[in-house]
Design a protein around this ligand. Structure first.
Ligand SMILES: CC(C)[C@H](C(=O)O)[C@@H](O)C(=O)O
Ligand code: SF4
Length: 418
């Protein structure tokens, strides 16, 4: 069995096979300011008490602080629910983006089954957990019963070998993978990332990759936990290695499809408008004029991302023709960036720094693009109209490329800055 089948089998108490529909008890149910209120409204039609207030986590991140009376009312529904149901894990004061905050708070462990009312819940696969997104109606049922149903996914083995060249990141790797497999190529499948390159990635880089598994339609993204991951989890949970449920795929486990990627000669990758699989090498799009640059999100708003951007921006100025928005993925990331002098570098360069949250990523409340404006962003989606007007465009890249582009006012290779 592969790692996903092992987690699901353990949950059901017998060996499960791809294609089977199973009912499972979830270990954690996550929802945010956008998806909790509709889930709560449905929940209140079917039950009075949640199944377990300690296993529900609610994070406000999509529109925080509230920007309209409508979003304030929406958030009030969730705040009242948290109080009434005594929800233990609530992060409603700008702690950061759900997919960053939940692992930081020690709520993710290898082998656990986590569901979230957000499509990028697949991020926690970086820790060797089974995690997947669902809609608010399904979440209402989880609030009430602690259970959900799943079809056991077929698995794609995505093996990666080689050493990432200087300046090339796991964002470039996952964009390259999505460019090859396509936005529908992984629909309802497990994307299992493995091989020497994956084993050598740090936690931040692993999260970036699993985060984007949904961009090829995958049910979950998953990696066997490596040493860096285990020390992160042990630090955050206070548990020892023996207390964790560390599962690995059998050597002879069966995959529906197997892919092999070599990163030795990988160039920086850019997803061009308007699909995440419209991926080109950076050299093909260099010089494209832009209006806005955004560094942040659950894909690339972590400390290592900000550090990479700061290395490019140090002593430089943002072009008069663009604005650069930088948003740390969480308060903890913000604090570390402040302590290490990164925020000063960003301010000196002329960046706009906003409070932790999703920010411009989904065009909800800040950094919205007008007609025909172009943004280069470290986020995960570039769908038509994603960041504002339906005639605006978004290019996706790694944080150093976004930083270099902010200095020049057009898409630029960071190597040309140093
Ligand atoms: C608003 C929310 C439901 C949505 C998601 O599920 O992914 C958002 O986070 C996104 O990135 O598009
Ligand atoms: S940062 Fe963007 S992709 Fe991530 S949860 Fe928020 S809106 Fe979705």
């Amino acid at each position: 069995m592969n790692i996903t089948e092992k987690i699901l089998s353990k949950k059901v108490g017998r060996e499960v096979n791809p294609g089977e529909i199973i009912e499972v008890n979830v270990d954690l149910a996550m929802s945010h300011d956008g998806t909790s209120p509709p889930a709560i409204k449905t929940f209140e039609k079917i039950a009075d008490k949640v199944w377990d207030p300690e296993k529900i986590a609610i994070v406000f991140d999509h529109v925080i602080p509230a920007n309209t009376i409508g979003s304030a009312e929406f958030q009030k529904v969730a705040r009242d629910f948290i109080k009434k149901q005594n929800i233990t894990h609530h992060y409603t004061h700008g702690e950061g983006i759900c997919h960053q905050v939940i692992p930081e708070m020690g709520l993710i462990e290898p082998g656990k089954l986590i569901v979230g009312a957000d499509s990028h819940t697949c991020t926690y696969g970086a820790f060797g957990a089974f995690s997947t997104g669902m809609g608010s109606t399904d979440m209402a049922m989880v609030y009430a019963t602690g259970q959900t149903w799943l079809m056991v996914p077929e698995a794609m083995k995505i093996e990666v070998e080689g050493k990432l060249p200087q300046g090339i990141t796991s964002k470039d790797l996952i964009l390259n993978i999505i460019g090859k497999i396509g936005i529908g190529g992984g629909t309802y499948k497990t994307a299992e990332f493995c091989g020497e390159t994956i084993n050598g990635l740090d936690v931040d880089s692993r999260m970036t990759m699993c985060n984007m598994a949904i961009e090829m339609g995958a049910k979950n993204g998953i990696m066997e936990p490596n040493e860096d991951t285990l020390s992160y989890v042990m630090k955050k949970t206070g548990k020892t290695k023996n207390q964790l449920n560390i599962l690995k795929s059998d050597k002879d486990s069966i995959y529906e499809k197997e892919y092999l990627f070599d990163v030795n000669d990988l160039e920086a990758q850019i997803a061009c408008p308007n699909d995440v699989d419209n991926v080109k090498g950076l050299s093909k799009v260099e010089g494209t004029s832009i209006d806005q640059c955004f560094i942040g999100s659950c894909t690339n708003g972590r400390f290592s991302d900000l550090l990479a951007a700061a290395k490019v921006l140090k002593g430089q100025k943002v072009s008069d023709d663009v604005r650069l928005i930088i948003i740390p993925a969480s308060k903890k990331v913000y604090q570390e960036a402040m302590n290490k002098g990164l925020i000063q570098i960003f301010m000196d360069a002329g960046a706009i720094i906003c409070n932790p949250g999703c920010g411009p990523c989904l065009g909800g409340h800040m950094g919205v693009l007008s007609e025909n404006e172009v943004c280069i962003s470290s986020t995960n989606r570039n769908f038509k109209g994603r960041m504002g007007d339906s005639e605006s465009e978004v290019y996706l890249g790694n944080p150093s490329v976004v930083a270099a582009s902010a200095i020049k006012g057009f898409i630029e290779n960071p190597e040309n800055i140093f």
